[in-house]
Design a protein around this ligand. Sequence first.
Ligand code: PMP
Length: 280
Amino acid sequence: SFILFQDQIIPREQGKVDIEDRGYQFGDGIYEAIPVYGGQMFLLDLHMKRLKRSANELRLQLPFNIDLLTEKLNKLIGLNRINDGIVYFQITRGSAPRQHFFPDQAGSILTGSVVSHDWRGNHDSGIETSLAEDIRWLRCDIKTLNLLGNVLAKQYAHEQGSQEAILHRGENVTEGASSNVFIVKNNHLITHPADHLILNGITRLFVLELAERLGITVDEQTFTLDDLFSADEVFITSTGNEVMPVVKIDGRTVADGKAGDVTSKLGEAFTGEVTQFIAS
Ligand code: PMP
């Protein structure tokens, strides 16, 4: 397979990063993961906008502009013959003798890869989740390579036999380890506001737009663990999971244990948009 290294597409085996790369030593970098449907990147502009925001917040220079990046990612998708999948890329602050403050002379390093993903179609059965305290830093809005809080929560969920961890700061639910969390109560949608405590998921933003189009009312406001357990429906959103029903939380069944009506409606709307996108 092929990968992207700076603006070059090279065989996977030839991708080598220096041991003093700041991404490796400090987690000093950012990333994006963009869904590919029918060989094309979906919601590309929103992902690139978030990338630029992450870079700005960390005062990280992109190694080249978004147009060239887009061109190279498309080439990468084509060369790897990806139909449905995810393109992943990251940018670090480059390689320099190890010191915490920013180096003067290190150029940013961009690497990217693609995976084929056959995740579509398992939305009916939903997923089981486990609760985990959200121990992450206070800038969860930046899509950084520092994912230890997420990794530990996901590992815990995995050991419980769950597919995702639902994170909470004390009584308040924030988001998933790698997803955003929505609840439905009386046909009304609630999800954590896009502040510093969550990553503003692109799928989250798209689902909010779909909800508006479908006439489903939404509140972007914090909700509690009690709200979570008394919800009519719970679902998560992410690039990999699209709209995914949550049927269990810490072993407790959500409502009747099946995907709810509002969740299904949003899931169908999402799939409809993807189908249109592929055809366009
Ligand atoms: N929150 C976190 C912590 C994530 O890692 C992700 C996925 N990268 C999301 C939310 C969902 O974001 P998106 O819909 O852009 O994939």
